[in-house]
Ligand binder design. Structure first.
Ligand code: GDD
Ligand code: MG
Length: 347
């Protein structure tokens, strides 16, 4: 079975981090999320992937390529214009089989695919939607189900008081090709607003399968930050490269040079080829990307740096997120979120 990753959205709520980057390529624990996703599904037995994309396809392709280096095959279904979530699947149809997996590529999760596939096969519906539960369902697609799991209503982003339940669309579907007969070609179609309601109404069979484990949509800055703190607290059990982590809460990559009197306040994650100058204080809750240079007397708290950042001596960063290659002067910054383009323009 093939897996289709939907990776074409504009990522507006994560800007400026996604100003020049497809959202699923945002780093999670120092690695693009799309790579984690690929490896997660490879471990579950999938070896053929399709990535549906419009913007910055070359950024994804230059990182993942055709999949050879991961021992899988990757094809790209490229949209000329954004076709929406169902339109993107329809556009990829020639690359897909009779039954396939669809994943919103900005969803951080660890699904047991075999269990979901069994559920799908037993119910025989056109679509199985994996479900999770949240306190406030108003930012998501919300379902109403019968006791056997059949979905009788799907409402995208209802007002909180009008949501039929707290069970939401986790952004992971198992689909039969026949479901795409109901998706018009060549125009933008939303699976949430058009296709699911239609398939429910015409009796094609749409079922909901609750999944356990960690789940998070990384699409806003607050959630992006939270998922890193969950990663460091091990509430999100994604493996982290580096030594010492599980005992001390300090993960350290290869070739890290640490100056005199540096204080680490766990939890902290440091990539490879990183330098930290004398008497800097790192953490609690800090992620430093590969190849970054941190000066001396730097204070880094509650902040995430992507790779190749350069933080000058004396800078104090509190709750900041900086994209790749940022150079930060000796400022005191609170809640700043920047990427490279903005910084280069400022210089
Ligand atoms: N190729 C392609 N083309 N991909 C798209 C397009 C498109 O036109 N539009 C969105 N996507 C991709 C995004 O990149 C993302 O990975 C995924 O589809 C979902 O889009 P979002 O924009 O992130 O949607 P959302 O988070 O507001 O809501 C969706 O996800 C929720 C779960 O987090 C919906 O599916 C909700 O029903 C669901 O609960
Ligand atoms: Mg999303």
């Amino acid at each position: 079975m093939k897996a289709l990753f939907l990776a074409g959205g504009l990522g507006t709520r994560l800007r400026p981090l996604t100003e020049n980057l497809p959202k699923p390529m945002a780093l999670v624990g120092n690695k693009p999320w799309l790579e984690h996703l690929l490896l997660h599904y490879k471990k579950q037995g999938i070896s053929e992937f399709v990535i549906a994309v419009k913007h910055y396809r070359q950024i994804i392709e230059s990182h993942l390529g055709n999949g050879t280096k991961y021992g899988v095959r990757i094809d790209y279904a490229v949209e000329k214009e954004l076709l929406g979530t169902a339109g993107a699947i329809k556009n990829a149809e020639p690359l897909l089989g009779d039954r396939f997996l669809v994943v919103n590529a900005d969803i951080i999760h660890q699904v047991d695919l075999a269990a979901a596939l069994r559920f799908h096969a037993v119910n025989g519906g056109a679509v199985t939607i994996c479900l999770t539960e949240v306190d406030d369902p108003s930012h998501y697609g919300v379902v109403e189900q019968e006791s056997g799991g059949r979905i009788v209503r799907f409402v995208e982003k209802p007002k909180k008081e009008e949501a039929p339940s707290k069970r939401i669309n986790a952004g992971i579907y198992i689909m039969e090709r026949r479901a795409l007969d109901h998706v018009p070609a060549g125009r933008a179609v939303s699976i949430e607003k058009e296709t699911f309601p239609l398939l429910i109404a015409n009796g094609s069979g749409v079922y909901g399968h609750p999944i356990g484990g960690y789940w998070m949509d990384m699409g806003t800055k607050a959630r992006y930050r939270q998922l890193h703190w969950d990663l460091l607290d091990r509430r999100f059990p994604l493996p982290i490269d580096g030594k010492d982590g599980d005992e001390k809460g300090i993960w350290c990559g290869e070739n890290v040079r640490i100056g005199h009197g540096v204080l680490f306040v766990p939890p902290v994650m440091i990539g490879s080829d990183v330098t930290i100058g004398d008497r800097s204080v790192i953490g609690p809750y800090a992620v430093i990307g590969n190849g970054s240079r941190i000066g001396s007397h730097v204070r880094l708290v509650g902040s995430i740096l992507w790779d190749r950042c350069k933080i000058r001596s004396g800078a104090q960063l509190n709750e900041c997120i900086f994209g790749s290659g940022m150079h930060v002067g000796p400022h005191i910054l609170h809640e700043a979120v920047c990427n490279r383009i903005l910084e280069v323009q400022r210089q």
